[in-house]
Every structure is written in structure tokens, then in C-alpha cells.
Design a protein around this ligand. Structure first.
Ligand code: XIL
Length: 319
């Protein structure tokens, strides 16, 4: 089981003008090197960073993380190729024909997956293609809008052509439990596999909150996907808790958080073909949660000063 972390950089850091933590913080780099066997890019491989203009690919940010991983003997998960969010404006508001849109995606996948052939083990090829009701996100995603799930099949084929050894995933949040959204993936996975499309894995992000019940059927859900012949992964685990004005949680929520981490990790460990577990950050100093969820925070296993929280021990023990 690869145990990974998302490496901070770009995204809300870039927007807020903070220095990129990965480049600037030596202690942060040390923790990533020492504690994990896998890394993923929190933002650096997303379209808005790789493809700032139509004519230009920029790989500095992504390359730096991959070179770091290789120096430290870590594997890399690629995130992501086809998504509705963090796309450059030239793509989302450009006036392209269907053929041009298809060609843009094909070029993107061939270029990015091809560049890292043999160096990125897993790819989140398509991310968050269904909404919480299990309906395809045709309004938000410019590719799904035009081509529906056909473009997902094509994206998988193009990624497979560019790197036949890469393990290709569909990935989403709120699919920990069996329900409308994960059922949509289950049905799509069956269809794609029946058509011989190179789909190899299903990723459950695992953005959990102690304000919601723990997804008790997580293990059963993972298992139904492995029963289809896929591998599975928990790809973006964090457990956010309500916090006060100073960003501090109360003891009850800390206990809950420990329990959620233990059970989430335990579910992956219990499923034979759950091959990878990634935490969406390691220190609360660099977490997307406070900026995205009002009144919640403290979601990661190290506090802002890099001290281990009870959740750190829980994860270590559950592995
Ligand atoms: C988040 C990053 O953590 C932020 O830095 C960025 O500003 C927005 O995106 N699901 C995903 C991730 O698949 O790519 C998202 O990452 C979190 C939700």
C-alpha cells in the first residue's frame, strides 16, 4: 500500500500571494520525504497551471515535484486530466468547434501523460464527472457538455496510448458510501469495461467532515469496485472539524477525527486491491480546508507547527 500526500503549491496559495510552500519551506519538504512513499500534485498538474495559454505548456511546477519524488524513491499519482474546475479561461470561454475541443484534450493528454511516461504510476484521468445526484456534470464541464461520457472513454484511451503502463482512474468526492453518486460510477465502470476501455481504478477522495456521519459502508463500497476487476484508492483524505475563531477544535471533535482517520485508513487496508492512500496535505499550515469550508479546519495529521496530532498516531497504527 503506497501512502501518499498531496504536495502544496499553486491553487489557493498562488491566488493569495503566499510563497509556494513546496519551494519555500525546508521543514515541509523534509516531512514529505520522510513520511510518505507516494506524492501527488495538489494543483501543479491542473490545466490552469500546465496550460496557461493555448500555445504553451508549462511544466516547471509539476517537474519539481516529480524530481523530488524520484530523489526520495517515491511514486507519483497524476492529478488530473479532465475536470470541470481550475481550467484556464481561454479554454472555457473560447469559441471552439467540437473537433477543436476534442483535439485540445487529446493533445493535452498525449503531451502531459507522454512527458511523464513511466514516471507517473496512477493517473486520475477524469475527476468529478458526476454531481451528488449521480448526474453527469454537463453544465460545468466543457468536455462533458459536448461529448458526454464518450469523452471519458476517449480520455482513458488517449492516456493509455501515451503510457500503456499507467494505471488509469476515475476519481470523485462524496462517493465513499454506496449511493446515487457512487452508483453512477459503478454503472459507468461496468459500461466502460464491457467496451474494453482501459479503465483500471476508482478513486474515492475522502474529504470527510466530523459534522457528517462516517461512511460506514466505505469498505463494502470499495469492494464492489474491486469485484469488477478494478483497483481502488483513497486519494484525498482529510477530516475537517468545526473550529473556533483561533482555528481550534474541541475535544469531542478531535476524538471523532481520530476515529474517522482510523476507520478510513482501516477500510483501505482491509481491501486487498486498495493500492494507494493519499492524504490531502500533511500539516494544517498548508491545507485547503479553512479557505474552502467556513468554520471548519484542523483537518490534517500535523498541526501548523508540524507537531503530530492524535490523528497522526491513528493513521500510523491503522496502516
Ligand atoms: C483543491 C486544492 O487543494 C486547492 O489548493 C485548490 O485551490 C482547489 O483545489 N477535489 C480535488 C482537488 O480533486 O483537486 C481539490 O484540490 C480538492 C477537491
Amino acid at each position: 500500500l503506497a501512502v501518499g500526500v498531496a504536495v502544496a503549491g499553486g491553487g489557493h496559495y498562488a491566488a493569495s500571494g503566499y510563497p509556494d510552500p513546496f519551494g519555500a519551506d525546508e521543514a515541509y519538504r523534509d516531512v514529505i520525504a520522510e513520511q510518505f512513499s507516494s506524492v501527488t500534485h495538489e494543483n501543479q498538474l491542473k490545466w490552469e497551471f500546465v496550460r496557461p495559454t493555448r500555445d504553451e505548456f508549462r511544466f516547471e511546477g509539476a517537474d519539481a515535484v516529480i524530481e523530488f519524488a524520484e530523489e526520495n524513491g517515491q511514486v507519483v499519482r497524476g492529478h488530473t486530466l479532465l475536470w470541470h474546475s481550475q481550467n484556464p479561461r481561454w479554454l472555457t470561454s473560447g469559441e471552439f468547434t467540437d473537433d477543436e475541443m476534442r483535439a485540445l484534450l487529446q493533445e493535452h493528454i498525449a503531451t502531459v501523460v507522454g512527458r511523464y511516461k513511466g514516471r507517473i504510476v496512477h493517473w486520475d484521468v477524469a475527476n468529478e464527472i458526476f454531481d451528488d445526484s449521480g448526474v453527469l456534470r454537463t453544465e460545468e464541464n466543457p468536455f462533458l457538455a459536448r461529448f458526454g461520457t464518450d469523452i471519458v472513454a476517449d480520455a482513458l484511451r488517449w492516456a493509455h496510448e501515451a503510457d500503456p503502463d499507467a494505471v488509469l482512474y476515475l476519481n470523485d468526492f462524496n462517493v465513499e458510501s454506496i449511493g446515487r453518486k457512487s452508483d453512477a460510477y459503478y454503472a459507468l465502470a461496468q459500461e466502460l469495461l464491457a467496451q474494453g476501455v482501459p479503465l483500471h481504478g476508482f478513486g474515492v477522495q475522502g474529504h470527510l467532515s466530523t459534522q457528517y456521519p462516517f461512511p460506514d459502508d466505505l469498505e463494502d463500497n470499495l469492494r464492489r469496485f474491486t469485484d469488477l476487476g478494478l483497483e481502488v484508492a483513497i486519494t484525498e483524505l482529510d477530516v475537517r472539524v468545526p473550529v473556533d475563531a483561533e482555528g481550534k477544535p474541541d475535544d469531542v471533535d478531535v476524538d471523532k477525527q481520530v476515529d474517522y482517520y482510523r476507520r478510513a485508513v482501516g477500510a483501505c487496508v482491509a481491501v486487498e486491491r486498495c493500492t494507494s492512500l493519499t492524504l490531502w496535505g500533511v500539516t494544517d499550515a498548508y491545507s485547503w480546508v479553512p479557505g474552502f469550508f467556513t468554520g471548519e479546519g484542523s483537518a490534517l495529521v500535523l498541526d501548523e507547527d508540524f507537531h503530530a496530532k492524535p490523528a497522526f498516531t491513528a493513521v500510523a497504527e491503522a496502516l
